[in-house]
Each structure stands twice: as C-alpha cells, then as structure tokens.
Write a protein that binds this ligand. Structure first.
Ligand code: ASP
Length: 584
C-alpha cells in the first residue's frame, strides 16, 4: 500500500495515528539535528519531521539528501506541530517519520513548482507535466472537470443522451479550413477532422435520438489568434421537435445551473437583444452588458456644419465615458494614440469634455457650438463630468473601433467585474454574409441554419436582408454558445446551398447524405454548441483559456512539449501516397 492518507487530510484529530504517505518533495529545511520536509500531492502538503533523537540515523541522513521533486513514501506517526501553520489545512500537524523510501529521484526542475513560478510561458509549456503540479494549473484542471461534470449531470437529467460521433469524417464547410488526414487504404483520399459534429447531430435527430449532447473535440485550421486553439472542446447539443424558444429555455436552464453550481450565483434574467440592436448600441455582436456606455449615433446632430471628417463619414458615433472629464489633456492624447494603433485602426478621435458647470469643451470647437455639443451629450447620454469620445468613418469599421475603445475604457474603469455575470441572448443574425474577397454570400452561421419563418421568399430578391433562426449566448462580452433552428427539408436545403454557390452536383457530392436523410422523415430540429474552454475560463474568472487545457498549443499552433507538428519519414509518406514523385 503506497498510502493510507493523502497529503491534504491530516488534522489534529489524527494525532498518534500511524500513517503512510506518498508524494513529491516540495522542499527540505535541514537544521542539522532536525529536518523538515514538505510532502506534496494533488490534495495538499503535509510536513514531515525527522530529528536526531527520534529518527534512526540512516533515515535522517537520507532525508537530508532529498532533493526537490523526489518522489518518496514515508511511514510515521501524526503529531501536533510545535509551531502551527494556520494557512494550510494540515497546518496543525506533522508526521514524525520512522520509515523513508525514495520511490524515484528527480533532477532539478527548470522552474519552481510554486503558485508564483519563475518559469516563463515557453518553459512551462515545454515541461507542462511539472507545470500541472503547480496549484493554479492543477486547480484549473479540477475546475474544468467540475464544470464538465455539472454539464453532464444537468443534461442527462433533462433526458439528453451523450453520443459519440466520428473524428475521421468528410470535410464540411463551416467557415474555417479543415485539418485533413490522409487515408492509407484509399490512395489519394483524405478524411477531415470535424470542425463540429454538426451534420452528425442532425442525423441523430433523423435517427430519433430526440435530445443529444456530447462534450467533444473540434478542429479548425484557422489563422491563430491570441487565445484560440486549433483543437478545442464544445458542449454540442441538438434537440428534435423544438422551436427557438424551447432551445433558449433549455440552455438558459443549463447556464443558470452552472452559474449556481459552480459560482454560487443566481442569475435572474437572460435578456434578449436583436443582432441589429447589438451592432447599433455596442458595435459588436457579443456585447458586455455589465456596464452601459452605449453608442449614440451622431450623424443627425454632427453632419450639419463644415467639419468634413464627419460630413463625409457613413457613421459618426460616440460614447460617454463616466467621469472621463477628469482625464488630463495628456491622458486624452494617449487615448487617441490608442485608437490609432493598427490593432484598432481609427484615423483619429474627436472628444468633448462635459464640464461640471454644464458647459462643453470639444476638440472641434471651431465647428460646433454649445447647442450642438449639448445634443451630442443627449444622444450619448453623457452627464456633467463625462467625456464624449467620437469616431467616424465606414459603419462596420467604426463600430468595431468604438467597441474596442468601449471595452478598453471599461477595463480601465474597473467596470468588467469578474464576479459579476451578465448573460445575454443575441438573436436574429443575418442568414448570409457578403464576402468581398470571393464576391459571394457565405452562411453567417452555417449552411444548415434556417431562415426566419416567412423570409424564404426574400432569399431570391434580397438575400442579404434575410434573418436567420440563429442565436448566440453571450456572457460578459464573450460568445459562449451559438446555434440555430435547422433546415429539415430537402428543397429548402437545396435552395440554401445554391445560394451559397454550390452547383447541384457539388451539393449532392458534399451533402447528399444529409439531403437524402431529409427524405426519410426528418423531424424539425435545432441546437446549440457551447465552447467549453472559454466557458470554463469565464466561470473561473479568467480571460485566457490556456491554463484550463492540460496540454495546450502555443500561438503558432505548436505543442512545444512533444514538438508537434513534425515531419514524418519517407516510408510513411510513401505508404500514404504523399511522397512527391519528383520525376513526374
Ligand atoms: N455547429 C455549430 C458551431 O460549431 C453550433 C450549432 O449550430 O449547434 O458553431
């Protein structure tokens, strides 16, 4: 038996108990005639005690030679500590060691295994197994497990069945590139790793499963952005015989349950906002509504004077920064530099101070008088003491820029409180999105999303205006889930695919299996998928997902620990028919 107890459970009530513990040496304090060793495992740290009088000389000597991260087993008796440590659960006691076995030695770790380590990101990732021994990473993984468990419990109790779907599938267009896997047995042919189990979950509905979920890996070969992983986990769900309202209710229930179970927070309302309103008021389809600073569109009150920058703009839009009039000129200049950074991309920023005496002072006083500026304040909701920041230009760009500024200022003002949770449904997304590069429409969500009832006819005449039966669940400015009511009849699916530029033949080759299935009594159905990595990070009050993933990839999509991706040898290439035949 390696252990009778863990390193996290001994208390004063265990005094005089004979125990066996196993774990890692966190540290050794050698006072010559007395040696203290901190023994660590997943559950905590227990102090081991050796001394000249009570410990056999050979054991004392061996204890003195222990190094950090040695794996040891000890037997001994629990005793009260002379000086107690109230900061750890086992701080009242120590184990007076009578037997010590070194189970394995360790070379000196490349960084300290402490809550605050001296190891940089790269080093921690290279030795991730050591990093996982650290409390913050260990706790994050345990936290993730708890969230996943709560999801499984909740959905299972609601009659959802977890079904596994294959990883080796055929490429389905969902907006990103596929990772592909060459097939050895089918020369020149490839599987694709799923970007999501979308078509399979729909086929499970045709198969009568009624309520499906799966905590599942998905793969997208996208250009990597900070905090994106090429492989990530979704809580993927689908239901048959449902309308949008049923889905929203079910997954409000799940989200409520998680916030209660994991964070002890009762969330009352799940407000709903139309996509168009989200874009107009927050410049963003995933607004953080924990704070205000809503956009005020100023075209009507700013385009009547000689200020050409505004007159030539498609959109002039501002926000009121609470208390922003306290900013010095220098601070405002810095803010202007901030919006001009290439990552934000604004050409400049106009501002207006709202003085305590009710007067205004703007950076464009030459063009606008007090009456004009008062209207700006009205439209943006600015009060005395605030600062109005105004951007102008092409609508989509300006909205994105002002949205970035809004989030940045809120962060600086401490308005994005990690312990406050504000969910929001964003609904009625456009069905299609025009892509300038390819000069054609793309499905904004995916090709299986149905148009809103009654809008099918518009598809022919004004496809860009058709709204989808699609919804996103947003939490604190992050999209945590998204889904839609699906098309479930062959003819609508055919119209949709045609609109997306598929010829009949291509549609059949790509999606024949789904369209065929729709001919055998496909029930109305819909679903949603949550991004588990992000959800866990948000519930854990963090913005980065990396520490909630045991073995994440770095920003270049590499696993620096196993050093992947990597070349494969010639023999393997040949077997997979991938060897370039240089002669031909
Ligand atoms: N498959 C979709 C996605 O991965 C989610 C859904 O529509 O259920 O975004």
């Amino acid at each position: 038996m390696y252990r009778s107890h863990t390193c996290g459970e001994l208390k004063a009530t265990h005094t005089n108990t004979e125990v066996t513990l196993s774990g890692w040496v966190q540290g050794v304090r050698d006072k010559g005639f007395m040696v203290y060793v901190d023994l660590r495992d997943r559950y905590g740290i227990t102090q081991l005690y050796f001394d000249e009088e009570q410990t056999a000389a050979a054991i004392l000597e061996r204890a003195q030679k222990l190094g950090r991260e040695f794996v040891i087993q000890v037997k001994g008796k629990v005793q009260e500590r002379a000086s107690k440590n109230p900061n750890i659960p086992t701080g009242e006691v120590e184990v007076l060691v009578t037997e010590l076995t070194v189970l394995n030695s360790s070379i000196v770790p490349p960084f300290t295994i402490e809550d605050k380590t001296d190891g940089g990101d790269d080093l921690r990732m290279k030795y991730r197994y050591l990093d996982i021994r650290r409390n913050p990473v260990k706790e994050s993984l345990i936290f993730r497990h708890k969230v996943a468990q709560a999801v499984r419990n909740y959905l299972s109790n609601q009659d959802f069945i977890e079904v596994e779907t294959p990883y080796l599938i055929k490429s389905t267009p969902e907006g990103a590139r596929d990772f592909v896997v060459p097939s050895r047995m089918n020369e020149g042919q490839f599987y694709a790793l799923p970007q999501s189990p979308q078509t399979f979950k729909q086929l499970l509905m045709v198969g009568g499963m009624d309520k499906y979920f799966q905590i599942v890996k998905c793969f997208r070969d996208e250009d990597l952005r900070a905090d994106r992983q090429p492989e990530f986990t979704q809580i993927d769900c689908e239901m048959a015989f449902v309308e949008q309202e049923d889905i929203l209710n079910t997954f409000e229930g799940l989200t409520r349950h998680l916030l209660k179970e994991i964070n002890g927070v009762e969330v009352d309302k799940f407000p709903r906002m139309l996509y168009d309103d989200a874009m107009r008021l927050y410049g963003n389809d995933k607004p953080d509504i924990r704070f205000g600073m809503e956009f005020g569109e100023l075209n009507a009150v700013a385009q009547h004077k000689d200020f050409n920058v505004f007159n030539s703009a498609e959109l002039v839009v501002g926000i009121a920064v609470p208390g922003g009039n306290a900013y010095t000129r220098k601070e405002i200049d810095k803010l202007i530099d901030w919006v001009k950074r290439p990552q934000v991309g604004a050409l400049g920023m106009v501002y207006c101070r709202c003085n305590d005496d009710g007067t205004f002072k703007s950076s464009v006083d030459k063009f606008y008088d007090q009456n004009d500026l008062e209207k700006w304040a009205e439209v943006t909701g600015a009060k005395a003491g605030d600062l109005i920041c105004v951007l102008s230009g092409e609508t989509n760009k300006v909205r994105a820029q002002l949205s970035a500024l809004r989030m940045e200022l809120a962060e600086r003002l401490g308005l994005r409180k990690p312990d406050e949770f504000a969910p929001l449904w964003v609904m009625d997304f456009p069905l299609l999105e025009w892509d300038e590069d390819t000069e054609r429409y793309h499905a904004m969500h995916h090709p299986f999303t149905s148009p809103k009832p009654g809008q099918l006819e518009l598809l022919d005449t004004k496809p860009g205006e058709v709204k989808a039966n699609a919804y996103d669940l947003v939490l604190n400015g992050n999209e945590i889930g998204g889904g839609s009511i699906r098309i479930h009849d062959k003819s609508t699916q055919a119209i949709m695919l045609k609109l997306l530029g598929f010829s009949e033949e291509e549609a059949r080759a790509q999606f024949g299996f789904l369209m065929n299935a729709f001919e055998y009594g496909a029930p109305p159905h819909g679903g949603i998928a949550f991004g588990l990595d992000r959800l866990v990070a948000i519930l854990g009050g963090q913005e980065t997902i990396r520490d909630f993933i045991a073995f994440p990839k770095n920003n270049s999509g590499r696993d620096v620990m196993i050093d992947a991706p990597a070349p494969i040898d010639d023999e393997q290439l040949t077997e997979l028919s991938l060897k370039l035949n240089l002669k031909s």
